[in-house]
Design a protein around this ligand. Structure first.
Ligand code: 5GP
Ligand code: ZN
Length: 116
């Protein structure tokens, strides 16, 4: 699973990645098909399928990572952001490596809270 997983390959830097931020357990990089300008993905470096097998013990570091990304994006001009996280195919999860979408927002960007 981890061998074939595209996000594991990104985490291991086996394929080129523009790193926005990283720490011991997470890496943040741009989404290949951004829904809004600056759309990026926050992923654990280890493979977890979805939030159900993601360990509680990484929860605090995940929130710290979200805040770091917010700091970066706000410096770049965002004045808000949405977080989105899909679990299982029925909910629209396509990449089966747990991830959060970080969606920077700007007043008047014309999107709703689902960024559509
Ligand atoms: P999901 O629907 O699973 O929550 O979202 C997966 C996201 O990963 C999509 O927004 C898609 O554009 C993005 N994605 C899929 N493959 C790649 C890739 O190889 N590189 C990057 N940077 N993003 C990807
Ligand atoms: Zn993976």
């Amino acid at each position: 699973m981890e061998k074939e997983c595209i996000f594991c390959k990104i985490a291991r830097k086996e394929i080129p990645v523009e790193v926005i931020f990283e720490n011991d357990n997470f890496i943040v990089f741009p989404d290949a098909h951004p829904k809004v300008e600056g759309h990026c993905l926050i992923i654990p470096k280890k493979h977890f399928t979805n939030i159900l097998d993601f360990p509680d013990s990484l929860g605090a570091e995940l929130i710290e990572t979200v805040k770091k990304v917010a700091e970066i994006k706000i410096k770049q001009g965002a004045d808000g952001f949405n977080l989105m996280q899909n679990n299982f195919e029925s909910a629209g999860q396509v990449v089966m490596h747990m991830h959060f979408h970080f969606l920077p927002r700007k007043k008047g960007d014309g999107k709703n809270h689902y960024c559509v």
